[in-house]
Design a binder for this molecule. Structure first.
Ligand code: HEM
Length: 156
């Protein structure tokens, strides 16, 4: 049997992640609800998020090695941003629309893994956005996401 590819490879590798997040943040900036939230983001923002998610999905370690990032640094960007569920849902909706626009694999397994990650990651972002201090240390590992289900409930 052929080895199971990583989500990163199945999605189409580096170009797929870059194109996804570039187009996604174009939509975000045009969006009535999310546009104001991302008004001051840096021009590198889409590249950094693409590197982060690609690394989580089993791709090269560009976020931690090329961008000088860590899970704690990514979390730090959300602290105090006071995000809410309405914004979170819009963020997911725009990302899934962009996945369709860009022709990302549409098989149920890939989309299930993608939606699972987005539900998880965006909920963590909203939780952390209510905090004033970062709960993570620089030594905390990056998350890893694969084809399977989560391994248990959220216990901070
Ligand atoms: C899986 C979910 C998410 C991931 C992987 C993610 C990832 C990231 C990363 C890597 C950064 C730092 C970008 C940089 O270095 O420039 C960032 C910043 C940020 N994220 Fe997220 N994020 C997620 C969900 C969300 C959601 C749901 C929202 C809002 C609805 C959000 C709002 C922001 C904001 C406001 C910033 C800071 C922008 C600025 O610098 O002005 N994030 N995110």
């Amino acid at each position: 049997m052929e080895p199971t590819p990583t989500l990163y490879d199945w999605a189409g590798g580096e170009a797929a992640f870059q194109n996804l997040f570039r187009r996604f943040y174009d939509k975000v900036l045009q969006d009535d609800l999310l546009g104001p939230v991302f008004r001051n983001m840096s021009p590198d923002h889409p590249t950094h998020v693409a590197h982060f998610v690609a690394e989580v999905f089993g791709g090269p370690k560009r976020y931690t090695q090329d961008d000088g990032g860590s899970h704690a640094i990514m979390i730090a960007h959300h602290i105090g941003k006071m995000l809410d569920d309405t914004k979170r849902k819009r963020w997911i909706q725009l990302l899934l629309d962009t996945a369709d626009d860009n022709g990302l694999p549409a098989d149920p397994e890939f989309r299930s893994a993608l939606v699972g990650y987005l539900e998880w990651g965006t909920r963590i972002a909203v939780i952390n956005s209510q905090l004033t201090e970062n709960p993570l240390n620089d030594t905390d590992p990056m998350p890893k996401w694969g084809w399977g289900e989560t391994k248990g409930p959220y216990r901070p």
